[in-house]
Design a protein around this ligand. Structure first.
Ligand SMILES: Nc1ncnc2c1ncn2[C@@H]1O[C@H](COP(=O)(O)OP(=O)(O)O)[C@@H](O)[C@H]1O
Ligand SMILES: [Mg+2]
Length: 204
Protein backbone atom coordinates (compact mmCIF):
# COMPACT_ATOMS: atom_id res chain seq x y z
CA UNK A 1 0.00 0.00 0.00
CA UNK A 2 2.93 2.28 0.67
CA UNK A 3 4.21 1.76 -2.84
CA UNK A 4 0.85 3.01 -4.12
CA UNK A 5 1.38 6.25 -2.26
CA UNK A 6 4.93 6.76 -3.53
CA UNK A 7 4.87 9.35 -6.28
CA UNK A 8 8.09 8.00 -7.76
CA UNK A 9 6.59 4.59 -8.39
CA UNK A 10 4.42 4.25 -11.48
CA UNK A 11 4.42 0.51 -11.84
CA UNK A 12 4.30 -2.27 -9.27
CA UNK A 13 4.70 -5.96 -10.06
CA UNK A 14 3.59 -8.89 -7.94
CA UNK A 15 5.07 -12.23 -8.81
CA UNK A 16 4.71 -15.77 -7.59
CA UNK A 17 3.73 -19.21 -8.79
CA UNK A 18 0.20 -20.05 -9.94
CA UNK A 19 -2.24 -20.43 -7.06
CA UNK A 20 -0.06 -18.61 -4.53
CA UNK A 21 -2.60 -15.81 -4.13
CA UNK A 22 -1.62 -12.99 -6.52
CA UNK A 23 -5.15 -12.31 -7.76
CA UNK A 24 -6.47 -12.47 -4.20
CA UNK A 25 -3.86 -9.92 -3.13
CA UNK A 26 -4.56 -7.40 -5.88
CA UNK A 27 -8.29 -7.69 -5.23
CA UNK A 28 -7.61 -6.94 -1.59
CA UNK A 29 -5.35 -4.03 -2.54
CA UNK A 30 -8.16 -2.60 -4.70
CA UNK A 31 -10.64 -3.04 -1.87
CA UNK A 32 -8.36 -1.27 0.60
CA UNK A 33 -7.44 1.48 -1.84
CA UNK A 34 -11.14 2.08 -2.38
CA UNK A 35 -11.86 2.17 1.35
CA UNK A 36 -9.06 4.68 1.82
CA UNK A 37 -10.09 6.63 -1.27
CA UNK A 38 -6.56 6.50 -2.63
CA UNK A 39 -7.75 6.74 -6.23
CA UNK A 40 -10.67 8.34 -8.00
CA UNK A 41 -11.08 5.18 -9.99
CA UNK A 42 -9.68 1.65 -10.15
CA UNK A 43 -10.00 -0.89 -12.92
CA UNK A 44 -8.90 -4.50 -13.06
CA UNK A 45 -8.56 -6.72 -16.09
CA UNK A 46 -7.26 -10.25 -16.55
CA UNK A 47 -4.66 -10.44 -19.32
CA UNK A 48 -3.78 -14.18 -19.27
CA UNK A 49 -1.29 -16.16 -21.32
CA UNK A 50 -3.00 -15.37 -24.62
CA UNK A 51 -3.93 -11.71 -24.35
CA UNK A 52 -6.69 -10.30 -26.49
CA UNK A 53 -5.92 -6.63 -26.91
CA UNK A 54 -9.42 -5.62 -28.01
CA UNK A 55 -10.96 -7.43 -25.05
CA UNK A 56 -8.54 -5.82 -22.60
CA UNK A 57 -9.26 -2.36 -23.98
CA UNK A 58 -12.97 -3.11 -24.06
CA UNK A 59 -12.99 -4.20 -20.44
CA UNK A 60 -11.09 -1.16 -19.22
CA UNK A 61 -13.31 1.12 -21.29
CA UNK A 62 -16.41 -0.54 -19.91
CA UNK A 63 -15.26 -0.11 -16.33
CA UNK A 64 -14.68 3.55 -17.08
CA UNK A 65 -18.17 3.86 -18.56
CA UNK A 66 -16.70 4.75 -21.87
CA UNK A 67 -19.25 4.20 -24.59
CA UNK A 68 -18.07 1.42 -26.86
CA UNK A 69 -18.54 2.01 -30.52
CA UNK A 70 -19.22 -1.60 -31.36
CA UNK A 71 -20.56 -4.28 -29.07
CA UNK A 72 -17.52 -5.03 -26.96
CA UNK A 73 -14.82 -3.36 -28.96
CA UNK A 74 -13.18 -0.02 -28.82
CA UNK A 75 -12.69 1.46 -32.27
CA UNK A 76 -10.29 4.15 -31.25
CA UNK A 77 -7.70 3.44 -28.57
CA UNK A 78 -7.15 7.20 -28.31
CA UNK A 79 -10.51 7.56 -26.61
CA UNK A 80 -9.28 5.22 -23.87
CA UNK A 81 -6.13 7.28 -23.48
CA UNK A 82 -8.14 10.47 -23.12
CA UNK A 83 -10.60 8.86 -20.73
CA UNK A 84 -7.82 7.59 -18.43
CA UNK A 85 -6.14 10.97 -18.49
CA UNK A 86 -9.40 12.51 -17.36
CA UNK A 87 -9.09 10.63 -14.05
CA UNK A 88 -6.77 12.52 -11.79
CA UNK A 89 -5.76 9.44 -9.83
CA UNK A 90 -6.40 6.04 -11.30
CA UNK A 91 -5.24 2.52 -10.52
CA UNK A 92 -5.06 0.06 -13.41
CA UNK A 93 -4.57 -3.58 -12.46
CA UNK A 94 -3.49 -6.05 -15.13
CA UNK A 95 -3.80 -9.50 -13.63
CA UNK A 96 -1.86 -12.51 -14.86
CA UNK A 97 0.45 -11.16 -17.54
CA UNK A 98 2.87 -13.60 -19.19
CA UNK A 99 4.85 -11.25 -21.34
CA UNK A 100 5.57 -7.57 -21.72
CA UNK A 101 2.43 -5.51 -22.23
CA UNK A 102 2.91 -2.42 -24.38
CA UNK A 103 0.89 -0.11 -22.20
CA UNK A 104 1.44 3.11 -24.07
CA UNK A 105 1.84 1.90 -27.63
CA UNK A 106 -0.70 -0.92 -27.77
CA UNK A 107 -3.23 -0.77 -24.95
CA UNK A 108 -3.23 3.02 -24.99
CA UNK A 109 -2.77 3.65 -21.29
CA UNK A 110 -1.00 6.88 -20.40
CA UNK A 111 1.68 6.29 -17.77
CA UNK A 112 4.78 7.94 -16.36
CA UNK A 113 5.35 11.29 -18.04
CA UNK A 114 2.07 11.03 -19.90
CA UNK A 115 0.00 10.67 -16.74
CA UNK A 116 1.63 10.81 -13.32
CA UNK A 117 -1.65 9.99 -11.61
CA UNK A 118 -1.97 6.62 -13.32
CA UNK A 119 -0.58 3.71 -11.32
CA UNK A 120 -0.17 0.28 -12.81
CA UNK A 121 -0.34 -2.85 -10.69
CA UNK A 122 0.65 -6.10 -12.39
CA UNK A 123 0.67 -9.75 -11.46
CA UNK A 124 2.67 -12.43 -13.18
CA UNK A 125 4.26 -15.81 -12.60
CA UNK A 126 7.33 -14.56 -14.39
CA UNK A 127 9.55 -12.12 -12.64
CA UNK A 128 11.51 -11.20 -15.74
CA UNK A 129 8.54 -9.50 -17.42
CA UNK A 130 8.89 -6.74 -14.85
CA UNK A 131 12.40 -5.94 -15.98
CA UNK A 132 11.15 -5.71 -19.54
CA UNK A 133 8.39 -3.37 -18.44
CA UNK A 134 10.57 -1.28 -16.12
CA UNK A 135 8.44 -1.80 -13.04
CA UNK A 136 9.96 0.21 -10.20
CA UNK A 137 8.82 -2.09 -7.42
CA UNK A 138 8.50 -5.87 -7.38
CA UNK A 139 6.97 -8.00 -4.64
CA UNK A 140 7.46 -11.75 -4.54
CA UNK A 141 4.72 -13.83 -2.97
CA UNK A 142 5.97 -17.02 -1.34
CA UNK A 143 4.02 -20.11 -0.33
CA UNK A 144 2.63 -20.27 3.20
CA UNK A 145 4.65 -21.67 6.04
CA UNK A 146 3.32 -24.67 7.93
CA UNK A 147 1.40 -22.70 10.52
CA UNK A 148 -0.19 -20.34 7.97
CA UNK A 149 -1.09 -23.31 5.80
CA UNK A 150 -2.75 -25.00 8.75
CA UNK A 151 -4.74 -21.85 9.65
CA UNK A 152 -5.98 -21.50 6.06
CA UNK A 153 -6.82 -25.19 5.87
CA UNK A 154 -8.72 -25.11 9.15
CA UNK A 155 -10.50 -21.94 8.08
CA UNK A 156 -11.63 -23.56 4.84
CA UNK A 157 -12.49 -27.04 6.07
CA UNK A 158 -14.19 -25.79 9.21
CA UNK A 159 -14.32 -27.11 12.72
CA UNK A 160 -14.52 -30.70 11.55
CA UNK A 161 -10.75 -30.57 11.38
CA UNK A 162 -10.26 -29.76 15.03
CA UNK A 163 -13.19 -31.50 16.58
CA UNK A 164 -12.85 -35.02 15.28
CA UNK A 165 -10.26 -37.74 15.28
CA UNK A 166 -9.26 -36.49 11.83
CA UNK A 167 -7.01 -33.81 13.26
CA UNK A 168 -3.60 -35.54 12.92
CA UNK A 169 -4.49 -36.77 9.45
CA UNK A 170 -5.69 -33.39 8.22
CA UNK A 171 -2.60 -31.71 9.61
CA UNK A 172 -0.63 -34.11 7.51
CA UNK A 173 -2.78 -33.23 4.48
CA UNK A 174 -2.21 -29.52 5.02
CA UNK A 175 1.53 -30.12 5.16
CA UNK A 176 1.43 -32.27 2.07
CA UNK A 177 0.34 -29.43 -0.20
CA UNK A 178 3.46 -27.36 0.17
CA UNK A 179 1.81 -24.21 1.45
CA UNK A 180 0.16 -23.42 -1.87
CA UNK A 181 -3.15 -21.65 -1.08
CA UNK A 182 -5.03 -22.97 -4.09
CA UNK A 183 -4.25 -26.57 -3.15
CA UNK A 184 -5.03 -26.02 0.51
CA UNK A 185 -8.34 -24.30 -0.22
CA UNK A 186 -9.36 -26.97 -2.73
CA UNK A 187 -8.57 -29.84 -0.38
CA UNK A 188 -10.11 -27.99 2.56
CA UNK A 189 -13.39 -27.52 0.70
CA UNK A 190 -13.43 -31.14 -0.32
CA UNK A 191 -12.90 -32.17 3.27
CA UNK A 192 -15.83 -30.09 4.37
CA UNK A 193 -18.00 -32.19 2.09
CA UNK A 194 -16.43 -35.55 2.67
CA UNK A 195 -16.08 -36.55 6.26
CA UNK A 196 -14.98 -40.13 5.80
CA UNK A 197 -11.73 -40.84 7.58
CA UNK A 198 -10.51 -43.34 5.01
CA UNK A 199 -10.52 -40.76 2.25
CA UNK A 200 -8.28 -38.50 4.26
CA UNK A 201 -5.84 -41.18 5.16
CA UNK A 202 -5.43 -41.61 1.40
CA UNK A 203 -4.94 -37.89 0.82
CA UNK A 204 -2.25 -37.69 3.47
N1 LIG B 1 -4.33 -15.31 1.76
C1 LIG B 1 -5.28 -16.15 1.37
N2 LIG B 1 -6.25 -16.51 2.22
C2 LIG B 1 -7.23 -17.35 1.82
N3 LIG B 1 -7.32 -17.90 0.61
C3 LIG B 1 -6.38 -17.56 -0.28
C4 LIG B 1 -5.31 -16.68 0.05
N4 LIG B 1 -4.52 -16.54 -1.03
C5 LIG B 1 -5.08 -17.30 -1.98
N5 LIG B 1 -6.19 -17.92 -1.55
C6 LIG B 1 -7.02 -18.83 -2.32
O1 LIG B 1 -6.17 -19.59 -3.16
C7 LIG B 1 -6.70 -19.70 -4.46
C8 LIG B 1 -5.71 -19.19 -5.49
O2 LIG B 1 -5.46 -17.81 -5.29
P1 LIG B 1 -5.23 -16.80 -6.49
O3 LIG B 1 -5.23 -15.44 -5.90
O4 LIG B 1 -6.21 -17.07 -7.57
O5 LIG B 1 -3.77 -17.20 -6.95
P2 LIG B 1 -2.94 -16.71 -8.21
O6 LIG B 1 -3.62 -15.50 -8.75
O7 LIG B 1 -1.57 -16.42 -7.66
O8 LIG B 1 -2.91 -17.85 -9.18
C9 LIG B 1 -8.02 -18.95 -4.44
O9 LIG B 1 -9.07 -19.88 -4.30
C10 LIG B 1 -7.95 -18.07 -3.23
O10 LIG B 1 -9.22 -17.91 -2.67
MG1 LIG C 1 -4.42 -15.18 -10.60
Amino acid sequence: MEALDDENINMIGICGMGGVGKTTIVEEVCRQAKAEKKFDKDVMVVVSQTPNLAKIQGKIAQELNLVLETKDKLETPQSLWVRIKAEKKILVVLDDIWDKVELIEKVSIPVEEDHKGCKILLTSRRKNVYNKMNAEKIFSIEVLDEEEAWILFRGTAGEIVASTDLNPITREVAREYGGLPIAIVTVGRALMKNRSKDVWIDAA
